[in-house]
Design a protein around this ligand. Structure first.
Ligand code: ADE
Length: 225
């Protein structure tokens, strides 16, 4: 899978995408992430990317032309399944969307800045608008990194334990059950006996009960859906 990210501050994306599981996904050739510094598409000598908004009002708007030049350049090289704009007024990013997008081949992610991007880019080029939650961040880079991580770890071969993405919280609308590791007793607090029993049927039942209980306590809305 290939993900192209259009960004005014590409440095913000460096660290999250170059360590741990995202690094492994890329070194294994399962995920290619290409970050495009939008400044290279800026207009004129000053490489301008933003301008005042028509009608007045505080905050600059990212101009259509640099964005469209970059998008069209990419689209001339390959076909994209989605052109995604990260924005607080988009559709909420959830595990189900990560699952769906992990099956795609090529994605473009546009990171917004300032007051947003010229609406005409959204109307004519963007196919999906995504929010990572009901709060406003300074730009779309951190949301883009969140999406790449959530999608990238689902690609077959990225996680070493093939079952572990399936047992993540949210994969079946349940939160994950508690987990423990050695020692079996720490400061007098013992690991639940069932986990030491070697009875895998009983362990599965216990985990399912715990997942249900945790979901009912913390996220009853997930059980309703
Ligand atoms: N840009 C700024 N805030 C955002 C959010 N919550 N989700 C996606 N993109 C954003």
């Amino acid at each position: 899978m290939r993900i192209d990210i259009l960004s005014v501050v590409p440095e913000l994306l460096e660290s999250p995408l170059s360590h741990s599981i995202m690094k492994r996904a890329q070194t294994r050739g399962l995920l290619e992430v290409v970050v495009h510094p939008l400044r290279a598409y800026g207009l004129g000598k000053s490489k301008q990317l933003d301008d005042y908004q028509f009608g007045g009002g505080a905050g600059m708007v990212m101009m259509a032309e640099p964005l469209v030049n970059c998008i069209e350049h990419l689209q001339s090289e390959r076909t994209y399944d989605e052109v995604i704009f990260l924005t607080p007024d988009g559709v909420r990013f959830e595990q189900s969307m990560a699952n769906r997008l992990s099956l795609k081949k090529n994605l473009i992610l546009i990171c917004g800045h300032y007051k947003g991007i010229d609406e005409r880019v959204r109307e004519h080029f963007v196919t999906l608008e995504v929010s990572i939650g009901d709060y406003v961040l300074s730009g779309g880079e951190i949301p883009a990194a969140v999406m790449v991580d959530a999608i990238g770890r689902l690609l077959p071969g990225v996680l070493n334990d093939e079952t572990s993405a399936l047992s993540d919280s949210f994969q079946d609308n349940l939160l994950s059950p508690p987990v423990y590791t050695r020692p079996a007793e720490f400061r007098g607090w013992r690991v639940p006996d069932v986990l030491l029993s070697g009875n895998f049927g009983a362990i599965d039942d216990w985990r399912h009960d715990q997942a249900l209980k945790r979901t009912a306590d913390r996220r009853p809305d997930l059980l309703d859906s």
